[in-house]
Design a protein. Structure first.
Length: 95
């Protein structure tokens, strides 16, 4: 079962509706809640940038600009996904 199918099954069971970025399933790191705002899908910022670079024609800076403009700084309602800047689960960080 894909991560999207697992999330859909969970959300259907809980009768919860959320916004999900198309084509970015590999960047999903979980489902979170925001007090008084409800449930949201949680994404890893670095993975979103990597996904935007997969076409081979997009530079890292272009991918960062795209993620910042179209995802990190976008509001699409109370189900707007959360984006974690420093994801220690799936990214390596120099300390």
């Amino acid at each position: 079962m894909s991560i999207r199918e697992e999330i859909k099954q969970y959300l259907d069971e809980q009768e919860i509706e959320v916004a999900i970025y198309e084509g970015c399933d590999d960047a999903i790191i979980g489902i979170g809640r925001v007090h008084t705002k409800g449930t949201r899908i949680v994404y890893c910022y670095n993975k979103l940038v990597e996904i935007h670079m997969e076409d081979g024609d997009t530079t890292r800076l272009e991918a960062i600009a795209s993620v910042d403009r179209n995802m990190s700084n976008a509001y699409i309602g109370d189900t707007t996904p959360l984006i974690v800047d420093k994801c220690f689960l799936c990214c390596k960080w120099d300390v």
